[in-house]
Design a protein around this ligand. Structure first.
Ligand SMILES: Cc1ncc(COP(=O)(O)O)c(C=O)c1O
Length: 451
């Protein structure tokens, strides 16, 4: 039976009436109604095609037929919970294990990045017997209460910082405490964590975990400086804590050469816990925590069952397995490297033509373009970023912004994004920025003097 089709206006009116208004829409002035999608393209109710540069969730492409087939076939056969033996969960865990360092060999399947990070917090606290957590400034680790507490990006706007949460500086070498000209920013930023841990100890408190995105995305697509994570892990472990790598946005080959973004910190670096989510199920709710035998044993030894009704069910795991197959078959990591390198090179060229582009950074198909009004002072060009996003929508290109001032244009499209798509995006941005320079020179006037 076909579902009733609503006009766009009816959908919008019902959405306003029935759905909590804190669940925001993209382009809230004039939202887009998407009715179908394929690959890197979204189609609205009139059949207009939009290029999706936002969705790192629809990792191998929207509605990939191989994923749909795997889901439908398993759905037709069996879907149950993990209290029965089933091949899919063990085969999938085994495939994930082959992508990770040997030590990370125990898996818990859950339904969202938030559930994964909440479980990581429980694992860390149970294993260490400590409570306190160190996080990076501007970080976001999920929407559960436990995670709002460890997400400065959220708690600063809400109830504030809990006494068991400690915030270390974001290791941003573009505009942070130590910049590109510092001889060893990795060590210098790691030492800020060491100092913070000392302060925590002076208060008579103890660290359970250091949580970090392997490439802080909510903070504005920040590349952790070389040597940072191994040093921090050393400090955190010697304080009795564990290192949690949040790979919810960055995992599954998005960076191209590396399957996991933490691998950028060197072959010998291994976190104690890795959390994953968004791209795992290509849109199906599938997420996971990987950890060591020792940490898992401590969690088991508390004698309390961990039961998750939907996590790791046969349909989810069939989808997860199909996604890994598609990635290999279509060489999507190779594509992320090729197209990502091309896109970054084009952005760098654009930077030489448009003064508003202060920095271009990122790896593979996880890029950020930071807009500033003044390259010396690095004043965030938030209004330009906002207008650029709106103008790109008129060109049928969807992009988003991030960073503390929402002035970093973020690119994390489906991994099938092509060189032609990259060329189109850059030529549209070039045209829009040229137009803004000529016709809206006072756009950022209110921002002058802002840090
Ligand atoms: C880095 C990071 N961790 C965790 C989460 C939470 O994931 P979810 O929305 O699937 O609960 C997000 C979501 O945006 C995220 O960006």
């Amino acid at each position: 039976m076909a579902l009733k089709t609503l006009s766009k206006e009816e959908t919008h009116a019902m959405r306003k009436r029935l759905i909590g208004q804190s669940c925001r829409l993209f382009y809230s002035d004039n939202p887009v109604k998407i009715v179908r999608a394929r690959g890197q393209y979204l189609f609205d109710e009139e059949g207009t095609r939009y290029l999706d540069c936002i969705s790192n969730v629809h990792h191998v492409g929207h509605c990939h037929p191989r994923i749909t087939e795997a889901a439908a076939a398993q759905m037709d056969l069996l879907n149950t919970n993990t209290r029965f033996l089933h091949d899919n969960i063990v085969l999938y865990a085994n495939r994930l294990a082959s992508t990770l360092p040997r030590q990370l060999c125990v898996f818990y399947f859950v339904n969202s990045g938030s559930e994964a990070n909440d479980l990581a917090l429980r694992l860390a606290q149970q294993y260490t017997g400590n409570e306190d957590v160190v996080v990076l400034d501007h970080a976001y680790h999920g929407h559960l209460k436990s995670l709002i507490d460890i997400s400065p990006y959220k708690f600063r706007k809400l109830t504030g910082q809990k006494e068991w949460v400690h915030v270390a500086p974001l290791p941003d070498t573009y505009r942070g405490l130590y910049r590109e000209d510092h001889p060893d920013p990795g060590q210098a930023y790691a030492d800020t964590v060491r100092d913070l841990i000392e302060e925590v100890h002076e208060k008579g408190r103890k660290i359970s975990a250091f949580f970090v995105e392997s490439l802080p995305s909510v903070g504005g697509q920040i590349i952790l400086p070389r040597g940072y994570s191994p040093k921090v892990a050393e400090y955190v472990r010697s304080a009795g804590g564990v290192f949690v790598a949040d790979e919810v946005q960055t995992g599954f080959g998005r960076l191209g050469r590396h399957f996991w973004a933490f691998e950028q910190q060197g072959e010998d670096f291994c976190p104690d816990i890795v959390t994953m989510g968004k791209p795992m199920g290509n849109g199906h709710p599938l997420a996971c925590v990987a950890t060591t035998e020792e940490i898992a044993k401590a969690f088991t030894d508390n004698g309390v069952e961990y039961f998750n009704t939907f996590g790791g069910n046969p349909v989810s795991c069939a989808i997860g397995l199909a996604l890994l197959d598609v990635m290999e078959k279509e060489d999507l990591r190779g594509n992320a490297t090729r197209v990502g390198t091309h896109l970054k090179m084009l952005f760098r060229k654009l930077q030489s033509r448009h003064h508003v582009i202060g920095d271009v950074r990122g790896v593979g198909l996880f890029l950020g373009v930071e807009l500033v009004t003044d390259r010396e002072k690095k004043t965030p060009a938030t209004k330009t970023a906002d207008l650029l996003v709106k103008r790109l929508k008129e060109k049928r290109i969807c992009v988003s912004t991030d960073g503390p001032w929402e002035n970093v244009i973020k690119f994390k499209p489906p991994m099938c994004f092509s060189v032609d798509d990259a060329d189109l995006v850059v030529s549209c941005i070039d045209g829009i920025l040229t137009d803004l320079e000529q016709n809206c020179p006072d756009l950022e006037k209110d921002n002058i003097g802002r840090d």
